[in-house]
Design a protein around this ligand. Structure first.
Ligand code: PGA
Length: 252
């Protein structure tokens, strides 16, 4: 992973078909023509059904592809309907989202996420590890306690921190158009940075992203928070225009 880059990572969720390649194509062309954006790393995490097809079409282009989840078992196994990190790597994934709240809410434990991260790192995938408090936890002043628990519960000191990006995604902000107050967000990002540095016993902090209702309008609020190294963008990444406008407006 290269340093000093701002990350713009799309999370397509359960969206798209072969025809959706035009979205990636437009983003790719835009980045190509606007050299000033070479300080950004663009990743699109798409459904498994599209990885191989997009990967073949994208060969040696500027956008990288990622997956959105994997099974904790390494390699192959008797797990009907599941896909391992190895299989995703073979399909062209360079990144993988793990610990997303939409998967946690379906029963993914800290331990399972840890095993998923372990298997993804074995495949040399870059892991986008999602953490975040829900609304009730926020209201009860438990945000930092929860974030620390999630970090300690699923990371291991021996993990290669250079291959991990942390995505702070408050659950109450995902798909709701509600975003944290600037000051609150700055403090939370600082908290995560300090916690992670302490955890890995290092001065070199992994990249910390923000995710939750990022759009072309509110990106200017986020760009003032220099501690944020990039963004995990859900709904808005399903439109090339919105995704490009987010990047454009970030650098305005
Ligand atoms: P959103 O999703 O941008 O649609 O809120 C973010 C995410 O789930 O990663």
């Amino acid at each position: 992973m290269t340093n000093n880059l701002k990350y713009f990572i799309g999370n397509w969720k359960m969206f798209g078909d072969f025809g959706s390649f035009k979205i990636i194509h437009k983003i790719n062309q835009y980045i190509y023509k606007n050299k000033k954006f070479n300080k950004s790393k663009i990743v699109l995490c798409v459904p498994n059904t599209l990885l191989d097809f997009f990967n073949k079409k994208l060969k040696s282009q500027l956008v990288s592809l990622g997956a959105q989840n994997c099974h904790q078992q390494e390699g192959y196994g008797a797990f009907t309907g599941s896909v391992s990190a190895l299989m995703l790597k073979k399909m062209g994934a360079k990144y993988i989202i793990l610990g997303h709240s939409e998967n946690r809410s379906e029963g993914e434990s800290y331990e399972i996420i840890k095993r998923k991260i372990t298997s993804a790192l074995k495949q040399k995938l870059n892991v986008i590890f999602c953490i975040g408090e829900n609304y009730k936890e926020k209201k009860n002043g438990k945000t930092f306690t929860i974030l620390r628990k999630q970090i300690k519960g699923s990371l291991e000191k021996r993990f290669n921190k250079n291959k991990i990006l942390l995505a702070y995604e408050p659950v109450w902000s995902i798909g709701t158009n509600m975003i944290p107050k600037t000051n609150e967000l700055r403090n939370t990002i600082k908290f995560i940075k300090n916690d992670i540095k302490f955890f890995f016993n290092t001065n070199k902090c992994p990249k910390i992203l923000y995710g939750g209702s990022v759009n072309p309008k509110n990106i200017r609020l986020f760009s003032s928070i220099t501690e944020i190294d990039g963004f995990l963008i859900g709904g808005a990444s399903q439109s090339s225009k919105k995704f490009i406008d987010i990047i454009k407006n970030y650098y305005k």
